[in-house]
Design a protein around this ligand. Structure first.
Ligand code: SF4
Length: 318
């Protein structure tokens, strides 16, 4: 397994609940794995944990492994090498990753690519006239072109794991489709794993092999992309799908999830989704969520999920 998070819990000082709570997640080499949920659910912190970029004030328990490396134990040169060579992150806003006064060629050279490789990478991500692009500065390129430059930078070190955090959310649909196709091709060619963070559920279902759903710092459902979309097991997943518009279906009413997403100031004695859940019962208020296996091999953390049994990990622990 390329990326393994096992029972990862991360706490920040001054908060009422963990920012990540008992998170278990896997990405295999060559796999595209989606991570969805509302803002503040813990998606970006999960990616930062894989990168070894948790805040200095955070306390963490559990494990984060990328290949054979114990990421939480890495320090100094080992941690720098991990961030520079093993894992690469692609953010939503490419301008934030680029120095406006430096040339594109400088950006790629700082990531270890010599001139020939930098030009080859720009060609590989679909930019015309790579030699000219190397001499240009960010303000001379469009948002879509800059995102390609950032992806070229992420690929410069041939990382084993790509973390795409809303990497295509700010792009127009044509450019988004091109970037997604490009990431898939490069993933296949380099055998890298891709953790694809998005709030677009339909995109996750169409693009990913498997999908994890996060709520209040916890994984509440893990399914194949097909099962996630066709038969969501957790009420929160169903709520997310019910409030997402479907292409070509204008007759279906959009049903917002009542209430608001929880903040780090909210603590929960039981299921964190209880105050917003249409299926909640009094027992949910004190039920501590546990991952349970679904009949199709997926996982959901809901005491009312269909025919749930404890996961293999839970069984081994008990
Ligand atoms: S445990 Fe209860 S409150 Fe939580 S998601 Fe399931 S039905 Fe809803």
């Amino acid at each position: 397994m390329l990326l393994t998070l096992d029972h990862l819990t991360v706490r920040l000082p001054g908060t009422a609940r963990p920012v990540l709570d008992d998170v278990t997640l896997r990405v295999a080499a060559g796999e595209v794995v989606g991570l969805v949920g509302e803002s503040g659910s813990g998606k970006s912190t999960t990616a930062k944990a894989a990168l070894g970029l948790l805040p200095g004030t955070a306390t963490a328990s559990g494990t984060v492994r990328v290949d054979d490396a114990d990421v939480l134990a890495l320090t100094g040169e080992e941690l720098r090498r991990h961030r520079a060579r093993t894992v690469a992150m692609i953010h939503q806003d490419p301008r934030a990753a680029l120095n406006p006064v430096r040339r594109i060629g400088d950006f790629l050279r700082e990531r270890g690519a010599d001139r020939d490789r930098a030009a080859q990478l720009l060609g590989a991500v679909g930019l015309s006239d790579p030699e000219r692009r190397l001499r240009q500065r960010p303000h001379e390129l469009s948002g879509g072109m800059l995102q390609r430059v950032v992806i070229a930078g992420a690929l410069a070190a041939r990382p084993r794991l790509l973390l795409a955090d809303e990497a295509t959310s700010a792009l127009d649909v044509t450019t988004q489709a091109e970037i997604l196709a490009l990431l898939r091709t490069l993933r296949a060619e380099q055998g890298a794993g891709l953790l694809f963070i998005t709030h677009d559920l339909h995109l996750a279902a169409a693009y990913c092999d498997r999908v994890y759903v996060m709520y209040a710092g916890r994984i509440v459902e893990e399914r194949t992309a097909q099962a996630f979309f066709a038969a969501p097991a957790h009420p929160y997943t169903r709520g997310l799908l019910d409030c997402s518009p479907t292409l070509g279906d204008t007759s279906r009413p959009l049903l917002p999830i009542p209430g608001r997403p929880p903040s780090l100031g909210d603590a929960f004695p039981g299921c964190p989704f209880a105050s917003r859940c249409p299926d909640a019962e009094p027992a949910c208020e004190t039920w501590r969520p546990e991952a349970a296996e679904l009949p199709d091999g997926g996982v959901a953390a809901c005491r009312r999920a269909p025919a749930a049994v404890p996961t293999a990990t839970e069984r081994n622990l008990s």
